[in-house]
Design a protein around this ligand. Structure first.
Ligand code: NDP
Ligand code: HSE
Length: 437
């Protein structure tokens, strides 16, 4: 690919002009002068592909098309910015674009989580760029730090809130007791939710982001299928009340860990599920559509990234940052970082991953109940960290928090406890994070 004269123009094909694409188009126009100064070339929209061109009277009509394949392979296009979402047909469009020598900027986590290897291969074959900062945590610069700034360090853990919609819902449920459905509608109205919001609520969106984060952090190909995924659909008002009464709150966390077993064998464990965290933990104060991610690395220690995780303008900021980077590479020569998957660590199954549980039970208020419950924990080799019992008429409320054990051992402990005659009800079971082990 030839470098461009600094006075040249970088021509952009914009695929999708909805919540994020609309903001990208607006900022490209409103900030044209500044962006040109930073990129070293004018960033000019060559065409905009949408599903229904007739529904976009606000856009320059001469730029609009529904022929995406035609647009991405056009000779006068340098960069394709993809803000449509979903896997097919987007995968085919982007492979066509990369093969035609166009650099690609995308916010598409679902596609990246499952197809980054073939996209990187196509980019390498053509010597072009593939940037995707906006795919994880909206406006927060997170992927570039992992791909570039921390490339000299050994990352051991990436943990945080990476889905704005579910955080918006859980924050509202905790703060006001608002209902789940009305809060989800509000998140959709504000442009945070995916086109199919079950992707948010059932944890698919966060699992895709976890796969991307783990791949970058641990130099290993991790796909969404490798991520243990649980969403927030089963989180009840009782879970949130139970958390409150214990000085905790509930968050949907993405946790990517490098785990070393007793034989010194390394693997990666990647999971997305609701957790209880103490109100004193910094993540408990991350509310609404904000995201926050901790990164732990051997030399750097602990780093925290925080900001708006969803929404049109915040996400457009990350997209435009990538676009300027691509334009600079086109102007000055050189390429951005490529795939780094040399470590190829195995993925550890969830059952073997160490976790901690909170368990809240209603039990018979009779002598020996605590001993029976404790015996089940002991039988499964699970150590108890704390127990709290409070009595009411004829029944007692029992809360148990465990130390770290394998998730499989904890699960079978809970199954066994639920079968005890003295246990009237299992009120809430949730994993715990952010406390001493
Ligand atoms: P929207 O649903 O708001 O916009 C999607 C756009 O894609 C629309 O303009 C739509 O056209 C167009 N489109 C859909 N199907 C086709 C098709 N077959 N051919 C041509 N155009 C098509 O989505 P968002 O802007 O919210 O999200 C876009 C991407 O950004 C997704 O990958 C999403 O995951 C990601 N993202 C979104 C964030 C957010 O906060 N919303 C944050 C971070 C990432 P039309 O307008 O005619 O319907
Ligand atoms: N639906 C996503 C979220 C958009 O709520 O986090 C940002 O990736």
């Amino acid at each position: 690919m030839s470098t461009k004269d600094p006075k040249d123009t970088v021509r952009v094909a914009l695929l999708g002009c909805g919540t994020v694409g609309g903001e990208v188009a607006r900022l490209l126009t409103e900030q044209a002068g500044e962006l040109a100064a930073r990129a070293g070339a004018r960033l000019e929209i060559a065409g905009i592909a949408v599903r229904r061109p007739d529904k976009h009277p606000e856009l320059p009509q001469e730029l609009l098309t529904a022929d995406v394949t035609g647009l991405v392979t056009r000779d006068d296009v340098d960069v394709v910015v993809e803000l449509v979402g979903g896997i097919e047909p987007v995968r085919g469009w982007l492979l066509d674009a990369l093969k035609a020598g166009k650099s690609v900027v995308t916010a598409n986590k679902a596609l990246l989580a499952d197809h980054s290897a073939e996209l990187f291969e196509a980019a390498d074959a053509s010597g072009v760029d593939l940037y995707f900062e906006a795919a994880v945590a909206g406006a927060i610069p997170l992927l570039r730090p992992l791909r570039e700034s921390l490339a000299g360090d050994r990352i051991t853990r990436v943990m945080g809130i990476v889905n704005g919609t579910t955080n918006f819902i859980l924050s509202a449920m905790d703060a006001t007791g608002a209902g789940y459905a009305e809060t989800l509608d509000e998140a959709s109205r504000l442009g945070y939710a995916e086109a199919d919001p079950t992707a948010d609520v059932d944890g698919y969106d966060a699992a895709s982001k976890a796969a991307i984060l783990a791949s970058l952090a641990f130099h290993t190909r991790v796909t969404a299928a490798d991520v243990h995924r649980e969403g927030i659909a089963d989180v009840t008002a009782s879970d949130i009340a139970a958390a409150r009464s214990l000085g905790r709150t509930v968050k949907l966390l993405c946790i990517c860990e490098r785990v070393t077993d007793e034989d010194g064998v390394e693997s990666v464990a990647v999971r997305v599920h609701p957790v209880m965290i103490p109100l004193s933990h910094q993540l408990s104060g991350v509310n609404g559509a904000f995201n926050a991610v901790y990164v732990e690395a051997d030399a750097a220690g602990e780093l925290m990234f925080y900001g708006q995780g969803a929404g049109g303008a915040p996400t457009a900021s990350a997209v435009l940052g990538d676009l300027v980077a691509v334009a600079r590479n086109l102007v000055l020569g050189g390429r951005g970082p490529r795939e780094s998957a040399h470590a190829a660590l195995p993925v550890r199954p969830m059952g073997q991953t160490p976790t901690r549980y909170h368990l809240s039970l209603y039990v018979a208020d009779v002598a020996g109940v605590l001993a029976q419950v404790a015996q089940v924990f002991a039988d499964h080799g699970v150590s108890i960290a704390a127990v709290r019992q409070s009595d009411s008429k004829g029944s007692a409320s029992l809360v148990v928090i465990t130390h770290l054990a394998t998730d499989a051992a904890l699960k079978s402990t809970v199954d066994q406890i639920a079968k005890l005659d003295v246990v009237h009800e299992v009120v809430s079971v949730m994993r715990v994070e952010g406390e001493d082990q």
